[in-house]
Design a protein. Structure first.
Length: 289
């Protein structure tokens, strides 16, 4: 019987019984003795860093991807390893095909398996220019990093997961795409960013529809405004807007808020869901009159 995403197969990781959800990092899951393998793109800083550390705590062996900040990437991997987990920092630009291949190969060669891809790496609009001034060069960079890279990395990872599921090396797979409230709330000085994040929603449901029969669940995690290097330049603006109540939970989102949503997905707290968008935004998505 083919495994359905999130189903409670006895081989499923973090399966449905409460006590199994509490299984610690290196206890046997009964499926095989190796740790589950994950890739977190942009795992060196901000949201990706919190996700990588959370996955390390949950017993995943983690490829911590970075593009430029090697120290930050190695620091995250070192923290996971120091806590008794398994991680390696791997440089790679998600917009480059060879680098994407290298990321997947690193997980397979070091961990022997790939159970989870978190498409987190992303950049904001270069120069945050008004859309009447936006350049093709900026568009190409943003689209390569935020959309083309995640799509083709998901394709690569999914094909490997399908192979591993059929070989019974892994029980199922998961792909989590980190989008943004900018996918539906427009900023006219970040047109390319908004468009890539909107498209990530479509990408998620496309992948979810195709991959369910293969045993791979696909989710979109949609953060609101989260405190990170990306939002540091607009900190004062959001301090003010938060105080004025732009979203009902009046605080900055933290990277750990997003990591917890990812944890809930990988622990199979959504066993009958796929293609789902999970908002982590303090309630920003609520429309009021
Ligand atoms: P951040 O603090 O700027 O960190 C960006 C991360 O992505 C870094 O680890 C960076 O690596 C990596 N990265 C950038 N370009 C890359 C590339 N071409 N290939 C591989 N890695 C690359 O960003 P963040 O705030 O954590 O955001 C993470 C994700 O959440 C993004 O997709 C962003 O759009 C989304 N998001 C953020 C917010 C927010 O308010 N912060 C809200 C909604 C959605 P290096 O360290 O090597 O530079």
């Amino acid at each position: 019987m083919p495994f359905k995403p999130g189903g409670c197969s006895p081989r499923a990781v973090g399966a449905c019984r409460g006590e199994e959800l509490l299984v610690g990092p290196r206890e046997s899951t009964g499926e095989n003795e190796t740790m589950r393998g994950a890739i977190v793109t942009g795992g060196s800083r901000g949201i990706g860093r919190a996700i990588a550390l959370e996955l390390g705590r949950l017993g995943y062996a983690v490829v911590v991807n970075f593009v430029r900040q090697a120290d930050a990437g190695h620091d995250v991997a070192d923290q996971i390893n120091a806590a008794g987990g398994m991680a390696l920092a791997v440089q790679g630009d998600v917009g480059a095909a060879d680098d994407r291949t290298r990321l997947v190969r690193a997980a397979l060669e070091r961990f022997g398996r790939l159970d989870l891809l978190v498409n987190n790496a992303g950049i904001t609009s270069l120069g945050r220019k008004d859309l009447l001034e936006a350049t093709e060069e900026g568009w190409d960079r943003v689209f390569a990093t935020n959309l083309k890279g995640p799509f083709f990395l998901a394709q690569l990872a999914a094909n490997e997961m399908i192979r591993l599921i059929r070989a019974k090396t892994i029980p199922n797979g998961k792909i989590i795409n980190v989008s943004s409230i900018s996918g539906y709330a427009v900023s006219t000085n970040r047109a390319d960013y908004c468009m890539t994040k909107a498209a990530m929603g479509t990408m998620t449901v496309l992948l979810a529809q195709r991959l369910a029969e293969e045993g791979i669940g696909v989710f979109e995690v949609c953060p609101g405004v989260i405190e990170s290097d990306m939002t540091a330049p607009v900190k004062e603006k959001y301090d003010r807007l938060i105080a004025e109540g732009l979203w009902p939970i009046r605080r900055w989102g933290q990277p750990e808020d997003v990591a917890r949503a990812v944890a809930a997905i990988v622990l199979d707290y959504f066993p009958f869901s796929t293609g789902q968008r999970i908002d982590v935004d303090g309630g920003f998505h609520i429309r009021t009159l």
